[in-house]
Design a protein around this ligand. Sequence first.
Ligand SMILES: NC(=O)c1ccc[n+]([C@@H]2O[C@H](COP(=O)([O-])OP(=O)(O)OC[C@H]3O[C@@H](n4cnc5c(N)ncnc54)[C@H](O)[C@@H]3O)[C@@H](O)[C@H]2O)c1
Length: 328
Amino acid sequence: MNVLVAGGAGYIGSHVVRELKEAGHSVVVYDSLEHGHTQAVAGCELIQGDIGDPVTLSSVFAQYKPDVVMNFAAYTSVAESMTDPAKYYHNNVRKTLVLLDTMVHEGIRHIVFSSSAAVYGEPERIPVDEDARCLPTNVYGETKLMVETILAAYDRAYGLRYASLRYFNAAGAHPEGDIGEDHDPETQLIPLVLMTALGLRPRLQVFGQDYDTPDGTCVRDYIHVSDLASAHTLAAEALVEGAGSRIYNLGNGQGYTVRQVIETARRITGREIPAVDAPRRPGDPAVLVASSDKIKDELGWTPRFPDLEDIIATAWEWHKSHPKGYRS
Ligand SMILES: NC(=O)c1ccc[n+]([C@@H]2O[C@H](COP(=O)([O-])OP(=O)(O)OC[C@H]3O[C@@H](n4cnc5c(N)ncnc54)[C@H](O)[C@@H]3O)[C@@H](O)[C@H]2O)c1
């Protein structure tokens, strides 16, 4: 396949790019580099551009003729989406619309879209399957649901086929240890825990201790970024081979509390990791655990790193060797 990876210089995109190249596909990365890293896609063609720029996109599409586009390009902070919603509607919805319109105009018919468990909001039942009610509790989740609504309409009207992948908590780093997570500011639990282990942050805040969970802290489903990568490759291959549009959850089907994550990280790193209690954050569901049976049944996806130990150990290798991320 010829694949254009928008947002491919970011955390998840760069791991997918690596996987696609290893599977023998031809890849071009298209990224504004606002939050991405050139070093994350070393050895791969990288075009600096914005998905909201139809002129540059059209010429890139004309030159590379991708069979499929993957779109990782988005802003990703739930908290910021509540304090600056315009920024999120503008980048995650309006600019994605420009990308989709340009694809339709240029006759490119397949897209794999980075959606999120945030579309579900507070789930009615656990594990969450793809038929669960979608009622996002933050603007970030709304932007993902809006794009899914647009994708369904573009499929019906223009024959644009899509796979929308609703990730739960992406975590871990490439087993070779040379690419990993580097967000600024960092908001994800596992990197924050490991940065605290390295002494780069004084302590970890644990938001909420009175949830209805085994130890009172929130339960989340962590999926290794390399397992996300293999799911993207399978989803893109299925689309190019003629599959219809699909929505798939991506998680491990197993939840861990915040305290279990900290304990596991203490074991793996051998470091103390100071943690302090902090109030609940509004809109944080108590438990979010995925059912990923649909993608397993339909595409034969199987996670290679389902264990929390492996997820944290690969992330630890990355953070230890890159304490300042790609600036190390
Ligand atoms: N990290 C997670 O746990 C998680 C969970 C669910 C969904 N997602 C989604 O997965 C995708 C990737 O997440 P990530 O953690 O790798 O984020 P990231 O910030 O590391 O990567 C996003 C990339 O997109 C680029 N980008 C942003 N806006 C752009 C634009 N307008 N034009 C071109 N490039 C642009 C950034 O420069 C960056 O390289 C996002 O869409 C995110 O919403 C992430």
